[in-house]
Design a protein around this ligand. Structure first.
Ligand code: NDP
Length: 444
């Protein structure tokens, strides 16, 4: 049996029912197959893949909290510390009712290779809870965050594990989490990133994932002799990543015509008014359908599939497996020229394979959404040195990091005779680095 198939069997057996984790491992193993064939003896001798697919540490804990009516609730929290070969564990916290071990294993696993691609010194981790911040008061969110951190703080630290935000964890939640961390440890240190600018945060961190996605999309298009200028772009989601990807795409001359949430999507032929979306989502914490109240010429499609919209470039920025094979077929039929993932694993495996077979330029999230974690690392460095860098300085480093990621993908794919397969390129480049370091550090 091929070594990669043995690893599939091991992961399936050891983590039964973890569909998302299986999917992430499956895609990864497909991508690194040629590297494994080349180094099989060395990897087998060191049980490298067996070690790679097993988290170094996996923590789950109880989170009791009281709502505004005095009712007690109990949620489950997690932190998966997957791999610290190249640096302290780094990866976001997700608060969403769907959160479970499978989703966090997939996210933490992907994070290892994403972080390696940034060229910075950060390992892979992820955490969160099956808590839904939607519809909760600020006091309820604070009570939950404080209870969550009361357990999590035992396992994190500026040189050990540095969480950030993800779905459901934005500036408000990071504030409450950091406040409680500081209270418990009596340390003002950079143990969370995405902090406010006045208390250790980095400029550009809020925008970084979305801006980075737009920058690397521009790189991809330029590689094919094209640019974002004048392109019609469909964006899904309307959270942190979606809003800033749309903003930068528009600044680079594109016309972004859609945004969505789990209720439906909006279509604005003239180009989405980003300020109107920010007002709805970030200030009022409302729903995307409210956009048509502010911009009556736009349309709202309740419960509909955003990918039915004809576009040149598709940027899925909501959540995992939101772009199915049927949606990929629709995009191709409507003439899509590139698909670049802002969310983590938003495209199903079948849809990814179909897009690659149709030769649609495709960037996987573990490369194209790495801008957020990259700027998080820059925030860690600023905290360690007690300095602040300007917006322009951080933004220009973000651009060069995204350029460098694209170069690595291209070169890794070419080195293994898979020119323009950036999914394979991302897996090969990220994995090769982690594998070299794990070998150097011995059997740990
Ligand atoms: P936010 O919570 O800010 O926004 C999430 C958006 O996705 C919302 O519009 C939300 O709609 C939508 N969404 C979430 N779950 C679903 C679902 N099951 N079905 C349909 N829509 C859904 O999250 P982020 O923007 O931070 O994260 C989006 C994606 O980007 C995630 O995959 C995340 O892991 C990834 N990512 C985020 C990074 C960051 O820096 N924030 C870094 C790298 C990756 P609704 O409000 O209706 O739920």
């Amino acid at each position: 049996m091929a070594y990669t198939d043995e690893i599939r069997e091991l992961v399936w057996k050891r983590n039964p029912g973890e569909a998302e984790f299986h999917q992430a491992v499956d895609e990864f193993l497909n991508g690194i197959e040629p590297v494994v064939q080349k180094h099989e003896k060395e990897y087998r001798d060191g049980m490298l893949l067996e070690r790679l697919v097993e988290p170094e540490r996996s923590i789950s804990f109880r989170i009791p909290w009281v709502d505004d009516h005095g009712k007690l609730h109990v949620n489950r929290g997690y932190r998966i510390q997957f791999n610290s070969a190249i640096g302290p564990y780094k990866g976001g916290l997700r608060f969403h009712p769907s959160v479970n071990r499978s989703i966090l294993n997939f996210l933490a696993f992907e994070q290892i290779f994403k972080n390696a691609l940034t060229g910075l010194s950060i390992g892979g981790g992820k955490g969160g809870a099956d808590f839904d911040p939607k519809g909760k008061s600020d006091r309820e969110v604070m009570a939950f965050c404080q209870s969550f951190m009361t357990e999590l703080f035992h396992y994190i630290g500026a040189r050990e594990d540095v969480p950030a935000g993800d779905i459901g964890v934005g500036a408000r939640e990071i504030g409450f989490l950091y406040g409680q961390y500081k209270r418990l440890t009596r340390q003002f240190e950079g143990t969370l990133t995405g902090k406010g600018i006045e208390w250790g945060g980095s400029l550009v961190r809020v925008e970084a994932t979305g801006f980075g996605l737009a920058y690397i999309t521009e790189e991809l298009l330029q590689y094919y002799g094209n640019t974002l200028q004048g392109k019609t772009v469909a964006v899904s989601g309307s959270g942190n990543v979606a809003v800033h990807a749309a903003q930068k795409a528009e600044e680079l001359g594109a016309r972004v015509v859609t945004m969505s949430d789990s209720g439906g999507y909006i279509y604005d032929e003239r180009g989405i008014d980003i300020q109107a979306v920010k007002e709805i989502k970030e200030v009022r914490r409302g729903r995307i359908r409210e956009y048509v109240d502010a911009i009556p010429s736009a349309d709202y499609y309740d419960g509909a599939n955003v990918w039915e919209t004809p576009c040149d470039v598709a940027l899925p920025c909501a959540t995992q497996n939101e772009l199915s094979l049927d949606s990929a077929r629709l995009l191709v039929k409507n003439g899509v020229k590139a698909v670049c993932e802002g969310a983590n694993m938003p495209t199903t495996l079948e849809a990814t394979e179909y897009l690659l077979s149709e030769k649609i330029p495709f960037l996987p999230g573990k490369a194209s959404n790495a801008g957020g974690v990259a700027v998080s690392e820059l925030e860690m460095a600023q905290n360690a040195m007690q300095t602040y860098r300007s917006f322009e300085d951080v933004d220009s480093q973000l651009q060069s990091i995204m350029k460098n990621i694209f170069r690595q993908l291209r070169e890794a794919a070419e080195a293994y005779d898979m020119k323009d397969n950036f999914v394979a390129g991302a897996n090969i480049a990220g994995f090769s680095k982690v594998a070299r370091v794990m070998k150097a550090q011995g059997y740990v």
